[in-house]
Design a protein around this ligand. Structure first.
Ligand code: FAD
Length: 473
């Protein structure tokens, strides 16, 4: 349905991520130039790289840690996400139960511990990122979704989650949308935070502990150098190259073209999009309720996620998850007018009371999808390099766990983390092009069709389900 006010609502939206478009954004640090040595080189300054550098220094203040970032810390997924910081390490409990039935209890325990440790780090390093333990409210917007929510609630309770199943009136008493038919409020497994402020806070904490950090420094190649690794960089003053000779390297480059060839088979970059509204007036806020400020998500295959910010705006994202042939990534792909129009229409369908509200920002970003939807890990160069990737759309919390795993892998000894099947196993690879794009697009089409047909999955999706394969964001 095309709503008359969506064009107007989007007319002045700035084509940049709201979170990054604020005066708190730190000035960039100088690029690396010339030769350097390090005990540990971290490549990538999103959450994965920042957590790795911080945890490495916290564990051993004498370890010489150097982090290089191709742009500025947090400019990519880490500074443009929804800010849902989930305890789950497995892209949700159901995915974890399906894929790791033998150790899901342990993964749930580690996930809870990870979320608590994030909260503790935020407090210890005084990171001002509006961290709120609000939980997440999943809402059914089609009658067939109610049975799925009840099953999810039962599963969640079995694993000790504090969940409440809400009927139509109860869910509308929390957040008032005429589209809601019921909901499940998971009250302690998700926190909301300000994503860019978390990245900037971790960057500052890492610098305070003595991590050496260079921005606008892209690693262009890696090779062996005796008992160490040698990374060449571009981006120094006037594009001058730099060189780092490091005993150990962590790759924290998410969906970006990987420096290790083998990672290409397991990863596809997928564009996900979001809108931010202006701050709501007290009258607009009263019209929707939302006093408990939960993160919200509807439960279709093509789902929306949305939340309130500290200054009373609404972030509304999701629905489309777009893959470009050949793993293509480019700055212009972060803008997609058709998706923004669809999101704006869905927003006003969800909250017709807010007609007239305008969007201040529109943006997209890339997530690193793999076929099992949760991170995989590994080493290369005789254990001198470790990587973690494939967080899909749920890496805000899980990247800290990924950083711990990478540091354990570099330690070279078996630990409770490196023993996990989650850490030892790999997802099934994606096929090469042109089958990759064909398969992903057929899957996306089938998922949209299932949403339109009361969740009924076609033969293609049922085959993927049997093989444990899929496409998600
Ligand atoms: C729109 C959107 C919404 C999302 N919403 C949520 C959410 O609500 N909750 C959630 O849990 N997850 C969400 N995610 C996913 C989450 O943001 C990511 O899983 C997480 O930020 C990944 O962190 P990262 O450090 O691995 O990657 P990134 O933040 O992408 O960082 C990787 C960094 O590596 C750098 N780099 C790459 N190659 C090189 C190189 N050769 N040399 C030097 N540097 C390099 C890049 O410049 C980049 O800064 C969302 C993602 C998007 C895009």
């Amino acid at each position: 349905m095309k709503l008359p006010h969506t064009g107007r609502a989007l007319a002045d939206a700035a084509p940049v991520p709201y979170w990054l478009d604020r005066p708190e954004r730190p000035d960039p640090l100088p690029p690396l130039a010339g030769p350097h040595d390090a005990d540990l080189l971290v490549v990538g300054g999103g959450y994965s790289g920042l957590w790795t550098a911080l945890l490495a220094k916290e564990a051993d203040p004498d370890r010489d840690v150097l982090l290089v970032e191709a742009g500025t810390c947090g400019w990519a997924a880490s500074g443009r996400n929804g800010g849902f910081c989930a305890a789950s390490l497995t892209h949700g409990l159901a995915n974890g139960v399906d894929r790791f039935p033998g150790e899901i209890d342990e993964l749930e325990r580690l996930g809870r511990e990870n979320l608590a440790a994030i909260a503790a780090t935020v407090a210890r390093h005084d990171i001002d990122c509006d961290f709120e333990r609000t939980g997440e409210l999943a809402v059914a917007v089609e009658p067939y979704q109610l049975a799925g929510l009840a099953e999810d609630a039962e599963l969640a309770r079995r694993y000790g989650h504090d969940v409440r199943l809400l009927d139509r009136d109860e869910v509308r008493a929390e957040v008032d949308s005429p589209t809601y038919l019921g909901g499940m409020w998971d009250r302690d497994r998700v926190a909301l935070l300000d994503p860019a402020k978390l990245a900037w806070g971790l960057r500052r904490a890492a610098l305070d502990l003595g991590v050496r950090l260079h921005e606008h420094t892209r690693v262009t190649g890696l090779r062996r150098d005796g008992g160490a690794l040698r990374a060449t960089t571009a981006g120094g003053p006037d594009g001058a190259p730099g060189v780092v000779r490091a005993r150990q390297v962590v790759l924290a480059t998410n969906a970006f073209p990987p420096l290790l060839r083998r990672l290409r088979a397991w990863l596809v970059p997928v564009y996900d999009y979001a809108l931010m509204t202006e701050p709501l007036t007290p009258v607009q806020r009263k019209a929707i309720g939302w006093a408990n400020r939960q993160g919200l998500a509807d439960v279709g295959n093509q789902f929306h996620y949305y939340r309130i910010t500290a200054d009373g705006r609404i972030l509304f994202g999701g629905y489309d998850a777009v893959y470009h042939y050949g793993n293509r990534m480019a700055p212009e792909l972060a803008q997609r007018p058709a998706t923004f129009t669809a999101l704006a229409e869905h927003f006003f369908t969800t909250f017709p009371q807010l007609a007239g509200l305008r969007f201040s920002h529109r943006w997209g970003g890339v997530i690193d999808t793999c076929t099992r939807f949760c991170a995989f890990f590994g080493t290369a160069y005789e254990g001198r390099l470790a990587y973690a990737a494939g967080f899909t759309g749920l890496g805000v919390g899980a990247t800290r766990f990924g950083a711990r795993v990478m540091l354990d892998l570099l330690g070279g000894k078996e630990t409770p983390l490196t023993r996990l099947d989650l850490v030892r196993s790999k997802p099934l690879p994606f096929p090469p092009e042109p089958f990759r794009a064909a398969g992903i697009n057929l899957t996306r089409w089938s998922l949209a069709r299932a949403d339109a047909r009361q969740g009924r999955r076609n033969g293609w999706l049922r085959t993927l389900d049997r093989l444990g394969l899929g496409f998600d964001s």
